[in-house]
Design a protein. Structure first.
Length: 572
């Protein structure tokens, strides 16, 4: 082989020198890289240590505002037609960090008192000088206030944005919606009852749809508020149900509540009378007693006769009387038409104690009312061990048992939907929330026969003022003496109610309206009973909402009144 050309091959000593230089250069690069990595690691460690120190001992305002900023977005609440009832918006939060105030604290206190007069200048100065590291000035602050505080140019004033719950319809369905606390969690109503659903990140953008109809709700609230004002009542409540699905289409409690400022409202306004208040609702119970007797066979027709003289003595020796005594034998139809305590007590006695308790249990009257709200009351009644025949007779005409208005509405729904009990729901019935199958309480035959009986009460009896022309209203008045806080009954204050169903020829909706301690009005001739206040309120509500619900007025349709009219004696 030919020897390599000398120009292409470096001398051996020179090649060794180049390799040495390369190794030296790589070593320097490795050293610099290690130094860089150590510096970078030290910086990371310093940052972590600083964050840990701040988290444990550092800037309180930073921790507070970071927590606020990280609050999860809460789902909207809409009515059955998609109208917004509750939504989340961004609002301003304003705070002050006294240790960072660089201006004159006295002058700053004067400015704060001018902008936020809930405290005077001395009060604000005491706050700023208290040694606190962080003080909220205003959460959910108005933009105008935020701008004014920002223009003060004080570095110690901190601004932040946070999610805020807004109820655009203000007090509409307020007790149904409830409210959230300052940290965005459900505090009451559906906000609390469905808190996990509304705060679930996986459902972001998917609103909670209620069964409530805003239009129907507004009508019910308006008429009840008018009645409360006109009759000078201390409170009122109303519930409207679809009897076939259990959907609550409207529910209200008065005094009114604004959920946007729920924490500033009086306890009386925050109290939900419709689901948390229990009341003796009087004669509205009487239809249940007759229906029980029809189901057990103790009453065989609406013409069955009972002695309805001036008084009836129960086994405990206490007498039962009527407001308008017949003074003669009377039929079942007449007992219901004129709301006879004497006649109903005797029917209840025939039903018996154990069967009555079974019926009441089936309608949920001995348990907490079933609905998604956390504000749910249990019915109050005499313990089973003390429940005797006298109790049975008393409960038969609506006393010795106290329930919520929603309990009562569910009872009427059960009685007139064919006899099936279904719990109430505040969620719209759809594919994701189907109709509950229900449990049978009354027979379909009994349910049908009761239609004409309650229609009779409105056409000829104590509920005449509840009629809404063309809408075939059936129902029952109820007047009960108000229970006193220390026990016993008031002789001057009543709970009045009207519970009914419409249209009675083909029942679809059940409604209860209740007034707490209504007073006599010029047109009531001194009377404070349900026929003069709750009944006309019911009729006004039906006249307004029936067209919204698709119920057409029809003078040619009605319940089969031949079931009852032959057994009503025309008084001369």
């Amino acid at each position: 082989m030919n020897a390599p050309t000398p120009a292409l091959v470096a001398a051996r000593p020179e090649r060794l020198r180049l390799v040495g230089q390369r190794r030296q250069l790589l070593g320097i690069m490795h050293q610099r890289l290690m130094v860089g990595m150590l510096i970078f690691g030290a910086v990371i460690i310093a940052i972590v240590l600083r964050l840990t120190w701040l988290g444990l001992f550092g800037d309180h305002a930073g921790r507070q505002f970071t927590a606020i900023a990280n609050l999860p977005s809460r789902g909207d609440i809409v009515d059955r037609d998609g109208q917004p009832l509750a939504r989340t918006i961004d609002s301003w939060t304003v705070a002050i960090q006294p240790s960072k105030v660089i201006g004159d604290k006295k002058a700053l206190s004067v400015e704060l008192a001018r902008l936020m007069p809930e405290k005077d200048a001395a009060g604000w100065l005491a706050e700023i000088s208290s040694g606190k590291s962080f003080i909220y000035l205003r959460r959910r602050a108005a933009p105008r206030l935020v701008q004014a505080l920002n223009e003060l140019g004080e570095p110690g004033i901190a601004l932040s944005r946070e999610p805020d719950r807004l109820y655009p319809q203000t007090d509409l369905a307020a007790h149904v919606l409830g409210s959230t606390d300052i940290d965005g969690h459900g505090a009451s109503g559906m906000e609390r009852g469905m808190d996990s659903y509304l705060s679930d990140p996986a459902r972001r953008g998917e609103p909670l749809q209620l069964s409530i109809s805003s239009r129907v709700q507004q009508a019910l609230e308006h008429e009840l508020l008018e009645a409360k004002t006109h009759f000078n009542a201390v409170g009122a409540a109303g519930v409207l149900l679809d009897i076939h699905t259990g959907e609550v289409l409207a529910m209200t409690s008065l005094p009114q509540l604004n959920p946007n400022v729920a924490g500033n409202m009086e306890p009386e306004a925050r109290f939900n009378r419709a689901t948390l208040g229990v009341f003796e609702l009087g004669s509205t119970f009487k239809p249940f007693t007759v229906a029980m007797a029809l189901d057990t066979g103790d009453v065989k027709s609406m013409g069955q006769i009972y002695p309805c003289y001036d008084r009836f003595v129960r086994p405990n020796g206490r007498a039962v009387t009527d407001t308008h005594p017949f003074g003669r034998p009377c039929s079942v139809a007449e007992i219901m038409m004129e709301s006879s305590n004497i006649g109903t007590a005797q029917i209840a006695g025939q039903v018996g104690t154990d069967p009555m308790r079974e019926f009441l249990k089936g309608m949920g009257f001995l348990d907490k009312v079933e609905v998604e709200l956390p504000e749910r009351a249990r019915a109050l009644s005499i313990p089973k061990a003390n429940w005797d025949m006298s109790t049975t007779m008393t409960v038969g005409f609506g006393h010795a048992i106290a329930v919520t208005p929603l309990h009562l509405a569910l009872g009427y729904a059960t009685l007139y939907n064919g006899g099936l009990y279904r719990p109430a729901t505040l969620l719209k019935v759809n594919k994701g929330h189907p109709v509950t199958k229900g449990r049978r309480v009354f027979s379909e035959e009994t349910s049908y026969k009761m239609r004409s009986l309650l229609r009779l009460v409105v056409t000829k009896g104590t509920g005449k003022k509840a009629d809404a022309v063309g809408y075939r209203v059936g129902g029952k008045t109820g007047t009960a003496e108000k229970v006193l806080p220390g026990g016993g009954y008031s002789k001057t204050a009543n709970i009045t109610s009207f519970a009914g169903v419409f249209p009675m020829d083909e029942p679809r909706y059940a409604m209860v309206v209740m007034l707490d301690d209504p007073k006599a009005a010029p047109e009531t001739s001194g009377w404070r009973t349900a026929g003069w206040n709750a009944a006309p309120t019911f009729g006004k509500v039906v006249a307004r909402i029936a067209p919204m619900l698709g119920v057409r007025p029809d003078m040619k349709r009605d319940a089969n009144m031949n079931e009852v009219l032959p057994f009503v004696r025309e008084e001369k």
